[in-house]
Design a binder for this molecule. Structure first.
Ligand SMILES: *Cc1c(COP(=O)(O)O)cnc(C)c1O
Length: 390
């Protein structure tokens, strides 16, 4: 550890292997995984179809280069474009890179339309990543502090608030795009109203702005649809994906449609690793299993079950402010900072997370079973009650 750069406050545990919704540490103790590597392990741990697909692909080819055609990448692009009803896809390796691509695309789009200093509307409490442009787009001082000067060209507005955006539309001729999360993850599991998303979509169409959704955390089946914005019955111009796409293999994607398609030309953007054969097979297998095993339906049903379970287990518990979420993206807001619950969960054998100081966040794998869900409710509600009583 002493040679690792000190960028994480790590918990004192290391896992040796995993199975489905469970992880096992080096001493053999088991933990219910309600975090899935922060919404990454869509198929849980050790999924036999993923393991065999990756093993077979690794034996054939891991990486070639984007200097050549990559059939697995073409297949994955076809698949994602069809699921999203969008036109084209750029592949990278992470969420921040997907958002970098979206930000560059929006700027280039602006320049092509004669806007010399293009601006992108972003939201309070947003999280878009840790690179310079994406931390500048992020709505958290904690993420930005010490890294000034920030990248310019972002206009910040309150989340889920239409009036401010209409105001910006009247006064700022440089705006070329809006970037936002349909459900804010790091910001505390904050859901945008469907009416708001539809209105925003309409304003973007009227103004010629790109409607860009960051679905890095909420996308890929977690909310019971392929993508969270689909609950509002709309299609974005740009969408970014990463976390759950490869079930643990690093892969990110930036999709574009309509006016946003065809903006990038050869030489405008690139990635050495982006969309290599192994990562694309991980993503193709993830999509296959989500579809064939009905995992979106599972995510929806278990989400309802878990929230109902918490609502009854935590009814009349003083200090519980709100229980919210969609599908397997769940937050329980308390009336005080509760980071301590994470260590208590570790001791009890359940992996939880706390975000935005006061929100206990759960992002279980989409292969969770009803038994896993019930156990999560029992364990987490006991921890929350004990914490609030202390
Ligand atoms: C995690 C996250 C990112 C950043 O993804 P990285 O892979 O860590 O770069 C961006 N946007 C959202 C909504 C996220 O949850």
């Amino acid at each position: 550890m002493q040679h690792l750069m000190n960028t994480y406050a790590r918990l004192p545990v290391a896992f040796a292997y995993g199975q489905g919704g469970w992880l096992f540490d080096e001493a053999g103790k088991r933990y219910l995984d309600a975090l899935a590597g922060i919404a990454v392990n869509t198929l849980g741990h050790g999924h036999p179809r993923l393991v065999s697909a990756l093993t077979a692909q690794a034996a054939k080819l891991i990486h070639t280069s984007n200097l050549y055609r990559i059939p697995q990448q073409e297949q994955l692009a076809d698949r994602l474009a069809s699921l999203a009803g969008m036109d084209e896809v750029f592949f990278c390796n992470s969420g921040c890179e997907a958002n970098e691509a979206a930000i560059k695309l929006a700027r280039l789009y602006g320049h092509q339309r004669g806007v010399d200093t293009p601006a992108i509307i972003v939201m309070d409490k947003a999280f878009h990543g840790r690179t310079l442009a994406t931390l500048s787009a992020t709505g958290s001082r904690k993420v930005q502090a010490g890294f000034e000067p920030l990248v310019s060209g972002f206009v910040r507005v309150p989340f889920d608030d239409l009036a401010t955006i209409e105001g910006v539309a009247q006064h700022n001729a440089n705006v070329v795009a809006v970037l936002f999360e349909p459900i804010q993850g790091e910001g505390g599991i904050n859901l945008a109203h469907h009416d708001y998303m539809r209105a925003l979509r309409r304003i973007c169409s009227e103004r010629g702005w790109l409607f860009m959704v960051d679905e890095v955390q909420c996308g890929l089946g977690r909310t019971g649809k392929w993508f969270a914005h689909q609950h509002a019955g709309i299609t974005p111009d740009v969408m970014t994906l990463a976390k759950g796409l490869g079930s643990g293999l690093p892969i990110g994607a930036c999709l574009a449609s309509g006016r946003a398609a065809g903006v990038f030309k050869p030489g405008n953007h690139g990635s050495t690793f982006g969309g290599n054969p192994l990562a694309c097979v991980a993503a193709l297998t993830t999509l296959d299993v989500i579809e064939s095993d009905g995992l979106m339906l599972n995510a929806h049903a278990l989400g309802e079950r878990i929230r109902a379970g918490f609502a009854s287990a935590l009814a009349n518990t003083k200090g519980v402010v709100d229980i919210r979420g969609d599908g397997l993206m769940i937050g329980i807001e308390l009336d005080r900072p509760c980071g301590e619950i994470v260590q208590r969960g570790l001791d009890a054998g359940v992996l939880l997370n706390v975000t935005a100081d006061k929100v206990v966040r759960m992002l279980p794998p989409l292969i969770f079973s009803e038994a896993d869900a019930d156990q999560l409710v029992a364990m987490a509600s006991a921890l929350i009650r004990d914490f609030l009583r202390a």
